[in-house]
Design a protein. Structure first.
Length: 361
């Protein structure tokens, strides 16, 4: 067996179950049943950077026993997207054309341009789709539409682009209805459960930075004239450690869940609103009373931590269907100068708090 063929076999997903002969050559067949490894992979994608490498080899895959008349469904090579599609095709005979989106899901890849016209044309041509099927119809997920120019694909390949439903679970109904989608199929939902599922990944990334922040606070307030004191670190540092945790939970968890209920269209403002509310509740509680800390500590609490909540929640824009690229860029343009200014002021206030702790001020 030659090296190229061996490498290709090694790159095939573990859901393959044989091959199907076609005029374009052997095509891997994949099962529509998800395994425990697939479910474990989905869970891992929600909690860590595992998702950055959770992808499959671009190419054509067969589902069931498709023939030249069977439909062609386009997918990103993010394995979670691929798994959702193949499992939704249970009971159907079809082809899945996987394009190289660098392991990014359809929605994000369309915005970044990797789920795009040129890549789709390349895969149609490279994998000889015109020899695999006799019709000239490809079904693209609706969320991939921003990256696709249907008329260019028609001109370059002869294939007509059909935009399928938002959710893979509606594909069978869509096909049975003569490739017509109902309003419900076209509706992009981003409900409470959808948002809840996304929060673990966002939180896991933020918590990595939060741990560095905690270490810095412990060192800052633990070091004094007599050396390092864990008592001082906890007495003076704990309120700020708690405020940091509140910012993380506010921007990375509570605000995403309450997204539609919070005033303002701006994600930065939404994150700040929840941040200021949760900060105020904590500051007004009996826990925010470290000894020898005056107005500087209060100012730091109300200036830095709501802004931190705002910044954290602004990162959530890439995971939602509420935003678009131009809107996100515009918001970042106006928000970043504010964040930088807040950071500078906060460093000065933190220095003042430290000096107050050491009874220099």
């Amino acid at each position: 067996m030659n090296t190229a063929l061996t490498d290709k076999i090694k790159r095939l997903p573990d859901c393959t179950c044989g091959n199907l002969q076609s005029p374009a050559g052997n095509i891997p067949r994949v099962t529509t049943k998800l395994s425990y490894k697939d479910y474990l992979g989905e869970i891992s994608c929600r909690f860590n950077s595992f998702r950055m490498n959770y992808k499959i080899e671009p190419g054509i895959y067969a589902v069931g026993s498709p023939d030249a008349e069977s439909d062609v469904f386009v997918s990103a090579n993010y394995k979670l997207s691929f798994n959702k599609l193949r499992s939704a095709l249970n009971g159907m005979n079809g082809w899945i054309l996987v394009i190289d989106t660098k392991g990014i899901n359809v929605w994000c890849a369309a915005g970044e341009g990797t789920f795009g016209t040129e890549e789709l044309i390349k895969r149609i041509t490279e994998h000889k789709l015109d020899k695999v099927v006799s019709h000239r119809r490809i079904i693209v997920p609706q969320l991939g539409a921003p990256g696709i120019s249907a008329h260019v694909i028609k001109e370059k390949t002869g294939f007509n682009v059909y935009y399928g439903p938002v959710r893979a679970t509606d594909i069978i109904s869509y096909v049975e209805a003569g490739y017509k989608a109902t309003r419900e199929m076209r509706t992009v939902r981003f409900g409470f459960t959808d948002r809840l599922v996304l929060t673990p990944m966002e939180l896991s990334l933020v918590f990595q930075k939060y741990l560095i922040y905690v270490a810095a606070i412990v060192v800052l307030f633990g070091v004094g004239r007599a050396g390092f004191s864990i008592t001082n670190a906890m007495t003076f540092g704990m309120p700020f450690i708690m405020l940091g945790l509140i910012s993380v939970l506010s921007g990375g968890f509570v605000t995403p869940l309450l997204l539609p209920l919070i005033p303002s269209r701006s994600f930065a403002v939404k994150g700040w609103i929840l941040g200021i509310i949760m900060t105020a509740i904590y500051v007004k509680s009996e826990f925010f009373v470290p000894a020898n800390m005056g107005i500087a500590a209060d100012m730091l609490a109300y200036i830095f931590y709501p802004a931190a909540s705002s910044y954290i929640f602004l990162q959530f824009t890439g995971a939602t269907t509420f935003t678009n690229i131009s809107g996100v860029k515009k918001e970042i343009k106006y928000a970043m100068p504010v964040y930088i200014s807040v950071a500078v002021v906060s460093i000065i206030l933190l220095a003042a708090v430290k000096l107050e702790q050491m009874e220099i001020l």
